[in-house]
Write a protein that binds this ligand. Structure first.
Ligand code: M6R
Length: 357
């Protein structure tokens, strides 16, 4: 039920701090250590490469998850769009593990990969919001997102839940492999939950930015580098699916290789800057587009901010910034759709779960 909310999407955006706290609770044991299925731990410990398979927003969460698994657990990871996997099937490693990320657990594109890799005798772990779903039943292992039902077609809380659960999985695997880390995901996620809350409490800010940037524009660009590049891809998907504004999320460094030709007077460009190592260069990209007439809006992390930034995000661990930087992106898309009179929860041509290939 929507309760007092005008749309499920807004309700689900607001639920994110609670979902993160629920995940902390579900994945924490009585000694405040990570609680995870022993079989999953065993399976993760022996793999030499992980193949993440997903679609849409879940694919974008997979791009972030890859960073955790590589940087923390030291396992090489490939992230594949489910519908492309069979055409471009990679050479598999000797001890592969497949992770299927799917809110609904019913996505046909992902299922067809699951069927194929099971035939080949490989192990599958499904990360899903629906434990009884097809992808969960047909995989060897399931990790539950605990996000509660997601009704709006535009996925919001499932994305942040997926990232949180993948962070926990990566750290658990690192520990099982004897890798020493000074990163406690449960504690850091607690900080994230509070940061999320402060963002959902400032909706008017994002409503104003959305009105200013997206009221009448036919197109919009999002730019980011490193971790922020993954979030801008999700940001542009969110905007296009519910507001029908043609949007693109691309790597700041790629601008000069073609896309900058599209920048005209007044073209909206939203930049995210949450990583110290890219702060300087992404700001250079902002200057480049502004010099060509773009209307830029920079959303930065506290500590990396400048006076002219449109919004400063509360500080969280640098690996977990997508969990906070995505919230303004979800709200910008929501308010853009609202201003343009679109059907926020049920955008045209889309279904909540895509059960055809
Ligand atoms: O249920 P799934 O996570 O497998 O769904 C994958 C995509 O269809 C889904 O994320 C879609 O892109 C959303 N509408 C995005 O908001």
């Amino acid at each position: 039920e929507k309760g007092t909310y005008p749309h499920f999407m807004l309700k689900e955006i607001d639920e994110q701090p609670f979902v993160i706290r629920k995940i902390i609770q579900e994945y924490q044991d009585e000694n405040d250590a990570i609680k995870l299925d022993a079989d999953i731990r065993k399976a993760m410990k022996k793999v030499d490469r992980i193949y993440i398979i997903a679609a849409g927003t879940s694919y974008h969460a997979g791009l972030v998850g890859k960073q955790f698994l590589e940087k923390l657990a030291n396992i090489p990871v490939e992230v594949h769009i489910a519908s492309e996997f069979s055409y471009n099937m990679p050479l598999l490693s000797e001890k592969p593990l497949f992770i299927f990320i799917s809110q609904s657990g019913e996505t046909a594109d992902s299922r067809s990969v699951l069927v194929k890799i099971k035939e080949l005798g490989h192990t599958a772990l499904t990360v899903t919001n629906v434990p009884g779903s097809t992808l969960s039943r047909e995989a060897d292992h399931t990790l539950h997102l605990h996000a509660g039902p997601e009704i709006a077609v535009a996925s919001t809380k499932a994305y942040t839940a997926q990232i949180a659960v993948l962070a926990i999985l990566a750290v658990d695997t690192a520990k099982a492999k004897g890798i020493a880390l000074d990163f406690d995901p449960l504690q850091e996620l607690g900080i994230v939950a509070s940061a999320m809350e402060s963002l959902t409490d400032q909706k008017e800010e994002f409503e104003a930015i959305a009105k200013d940037m997206f009221a009448t524009t036919p197109n919009a660009f999002y730019i980011g580098r490193g971790m922020d590049y993954f979030v801008v891809q999700e940001a542009s998907l969110k905007l296009k699916e519910i507001s029908y504004i043609q949007a693109e999320g691309f790597a700041g460094g790629e601008l000069k290789h073609g896309t900058i030709a599209l920048i005209e007077d007044g073209t909206p460009v939203i930049a995210i800057s949450t990583q110290e190592n890219v702060n300087y260069s992404i700001r250079g990209n902002v200057q480049e587009v502004e010099a060509r007439g773009a209307k830029a809006c920079v959303i930065s992390l506290k500590g990396l901010d400048q006076d002219t930034d449109s919004f400063v995000l509360p500080h969280v661990h640098e690996l977990l910034t997508p969990l906070v930087s995505v919230i303004p992106m979800q709200l910008l898309a929501y308010y853009a759709a609202l201003h343009r009179d679109c059907d926020v929860d049920k955008p045209r041509n889309l279904a909540k779960s895509v059960t055809v290939e």
